[in-house]
Design a protein around this ligand. Structure first.
Ligand code: NAP
Length: 410
């Protein structure tokens, strides 16, 4: 297949009316991606049957989702939430489970298709479990590829798992790559909306509050990815994601700021043709593509009206006002565990920013300092396995925490 590693060439029959429903597990069912997935499944009740739904700590939302879709099992990551989940599911016939091991088991249930939409590096282990058993994995959790991209893609190649990109830009590239052969791709371009601070001065960005950073102009997403969109770290993580998903060298992956968020990704072929994928800024579009792949289902998002939009614009990203994008590119080029450290430090920094404890520009500053500290300790070589990658993630969080304390003490 042209497009990818991504989709390893194991063919999967499309769900058509009259077929047995495709069985589905949703990891991160209570989040933004989870809700969009559930919405599509509820609109297509004959095509999908939900095996398992899983989340972190939100018992009420998880029990509600489990009942809504008639899941067989509901799994909550926090073991202390088990009794509450059991109570919330009483009388439904839905099995309850809790804890990290149960989360991994959830990914091992024999569902045909797994949505990997847990936020953060914590999603790595369960997603790897689904990969290891050769499932079709719709990958929203970009952290899997940022923290352990080489290991992740190698495991997918070994097991025959199919990896379908949910991130709108990578889903766009996946679709656009279908226009040619992989070896004829010259470069790819990921678009970025530019976030809420696209036109702000550096001084204004310095004063930005969490409320302002959480107000994304085009997309409705969970809090971590929304803050990352404001700093352009999200685009940086996506560079690394594309590097692994499509086995592209760093110099063949570019970013363009495109404030309208209509063109999500472009593939340039060697003959000069540039194939772009367009669509409304609604995550149900790429999720529907992954849910039905290789077929298509009806999408509920409002249809694109290009005439009403009138213009599509593109500009270079400003690496001075948005240093996180530069840091991510440097980490991608460095390789090894540099992206693992970048991601861990960013998760720590974003939580601190959302909590109002550090200013916006300290996010990138903390990531840069943590990378330097990890490098000085010789931590940036390629992790040998997933446990080693998670160990680096853990150490990097500790380093970021220490640097943060020093930063606050000054
Ligand atoms: N939202 C988007 O439009 C978008 C677009 C592209 C990619 N992504 C990626 O998709 C992933 C999910 O993003 P999101 O925006 O949907 O995030 P979100 O709204 O914050 O939802 C996060 C989900 O992860 C669950 N979770 C958190 N900690 C967990 C743990 N320790 N164990 C198990 N589950 C846990 C949450 O459960 P609780 O509710 O119980 O805490 C929730 O279901 C991220 O990797 C993000 O980068 C998102």
């Amino acid at each position: 297949m042209n497009a990818i590693a991504v989709a390893k060439a194991r063919s999967m029959s499309a769900p058509l009316p009259g077929d047995a429903p495709r069985s589905v597990t949703i990891l991160g069912a209570t989040g933004s991606i989870g809700a969009s997935t559930v919405d599509l499944i509820k609109r297509n009740p004959t095509l999908y049957r939900v095996e398992c739904v899983a989340s972190g700590r939100n018992v009420t939302a998880l029990a509600q989702v489990a009942r809504d879709v008639g899941a067989r099992v509901a799994v909550i990551a926090d073991p202390d939430c088990y009794e509450a989940l059991k109570d919330a599911l009483a009388g439904s016939g839905i099995e309850a489970a809790a804890g990290e091991a149960a989360l991994v088991e959830a990914a091992l249930y024999p569902a045909d298709w797994v949505m990997a939409a847990i936020a953060g590096a914590v999603g790595l282990k369960p997603t790897m479990a689904a990969i290891g058993r050769g499932a079709t994995v719709a990958l929203a959790n970009k952290e899997c590829l940022v923290c352990a991209g080489s290991l992740f893609m190698a495991a997918a190649a070994r097991s025959g798992a199919t990896v379908l990109p949910v991130d709108s830009e990578h889903n766009a590239l996946f679709q656009a790559m279908g226009a040619g052969r992989r070896e004829d791709v010259r470069r790819v371009i990921l678009t970025a909306s530019g976030g809420p601070f696209r036109t702000w001065s550096l001084d204004a960005i310095r004063q930005a509050t969490p409320e302002q950073a959480l107000r994304h102009p085009n997309w409705s997403m969970g809090p971590k990815v929304t803050i990352d969109s404001a700093s352009l770290m999200n685009k940086g993580l996506e560079l690394i994601e594309a590097h692994h998903l499509f086995a592209l060298p760093p110099q063949e992956i570019d970013v363009l700021v495109h404030p309208q968020s209509v063109v999500h990704g472009l593939v340039e072929f060697r003959d000069g043709s540039v194939v772009a994928q367009m669509g409304p800024a609604d995550m149900r579009v790429p999720i529907a593509h992954c849910l039905a792949w290789p077929a298509r289902i009806d999408g509920p998002a409002p249809r694109l009206d290009l005439a009403a939009l009138r213009e599509l614009t593109f500009e270079e990203a400003d690496l001075v006002r948005f240093p996180a994008l530069r840091l991510a590119r440097e980490a991608m080029v460095k390789g090894g565990a540099a992206p693992t450290v970048l991601n861990a430090a960013d998760e720590v920094a974003v939580a601190e920013f959302i909590g109002g404890r550090i200013p916006f520009l300290a996010i990138a500053a903390l990531v840069e300092k943590t990378l330097a500290a990890a490098d000085a300790r010789g931590l940036l070589s390629e992790p040998a396995d997933i446990d080693a990658a998670l160990a680096v993630d853990h150490i990097a969080r500790g380093l970021a925490g220490d640097l943060l304390n020093a930063l606050k003490a000054t």
